[in-house]
Design a protein around this ligand. Structure first.
Ligand SMILES: Nc1nc2c(ncn2[C@@H]2O[C@H](COP(=O)(O)OP(=O)(O)OP(=O)(O)O)[C@@H](O)[C@H]2O)c(=O)[nH]1
Ligand SMILES: [Mg+2]
Length: 253
């Protein structure tokens, strides 16, 4: 892994970092960085790129030289969305961030939802939450532009997470989440699923560690540019990881 500049000093207390894992998102990363900064100008932005052949990292490197709030973790071998998200969280932790939010790099998640997600962690007159999920599966949430097949798979995975993994959320697959970094210390991060099952696995571990989790409605819009990496092989790997977790959950009942 390479950082584009020497590790800067710790971020100030209260810092929020918005992290985006990318693989071949050259068409969307520029507008996304701009939109995120316009909506949460106080936040640091961290891109974790797996050496995308389309030059995504080059775009981010250029921006990071001009804007001190943009950072790049460049990983030389593609190692998957799960490990990229985890490395982002570990970097955020090392830098002393108080809140991290991760979202997809293809504009499927609307940066306009960032403030609501952050606010959901600290509701007035209620105990704070550790994780706020941008949820497509609660009233007010929605998915736009997905095929019936994709909707069925997503429904099955979320149902599986709720019933077999016993994580009490509706959208356990969502990649749009705000996290109070303090809770990370209590979560066992060893051997986390490296691919798309990362999101369910992380929530499963967070729930078992006693993390308080909430959901707020978001609209997810299917990517309009770039290519999906959620192919059949990735989905099978994810399914295998989830079944392993379910077996473990049953045994440890
Ligand atoms: N660093 C890194 N990022 C990845 C990898 N695979 C996917 N991503 C990023 O993770 C995010 C989600 O991946 P997508 O391909 O959009 O998956 P999806 O949203 O489930 O599927 P589509 O919206 O249909 O494309 C995007 O920002 C991808 O660029 C990877 O191996 N490494
Ligand atoms: Mg996507």
């Amino acid at each position: 892994m390479q950082a584009t500049r020497p590790t800067p000093p710790q971020w100030p207390p209260g810092t929020t970092v918005v992290q985006i894992a990318t693989f071949n998102e050259a068409a969307s990363i520029g507008p996304l960085l701009e939109a995120v900064h316009a909506i949460v100008p106080h936040a640091q932005i961290l891109v974790i790129d797996d050496n995308s052949p389309d030059g995504t990292a080059k775009i981010v490197t250029k921006q990071s030289k001009e804007k001190e709030y943009i950072h790049l973790l460049l990983r030389i071998d593609r190692r998957g969305l799960g490990t990229a998200t985890l490395e982002g969280l570990q970097f955020a932790r090392k830098m002393g961030a108080e809140f991290a939010i991760h979202l997809d790099g293809d504009l499927s998640h609307d940066p306009a939802d960032l403030p609501r997600l952050l606010e959901a962690l600290t509701p007035p007159n209620e105990e704070p939450f550790d994780i706020a999920i941008g949820s497509r599966k609660i009233p007010g949430g929605n998915t736009v532009g997905w095929s019936v097949k994709r909707r069925v798979i997503s429904w099955l995975v979320c149902r599986f997470t709720r019933v077999a993994l016993r994580v009490p959320v509706r959208d356990g697959s969502s990649g749009f989440r705000a996290i109070r970094m303090q809770c990370i210390a209590k979560i066992d991060l060893t051997n986390l699923s490296s691919g798309y099952a990362f999101f369910e696995d992380f929530l499963w571990r967070a729930h078992r560690s006693g993390a308080r989790i909430t959901e707020i409605p978001i609209t997810f819009t299917n990517r309009k540019i770039g290519k999906s990496k959620a192919n059949g092989i990735e989905m099978l790997r994810g399914a295998y990881d989830l079944i392993k977790l379910a077996v473990y959950t049953c045994l440890k009942r």
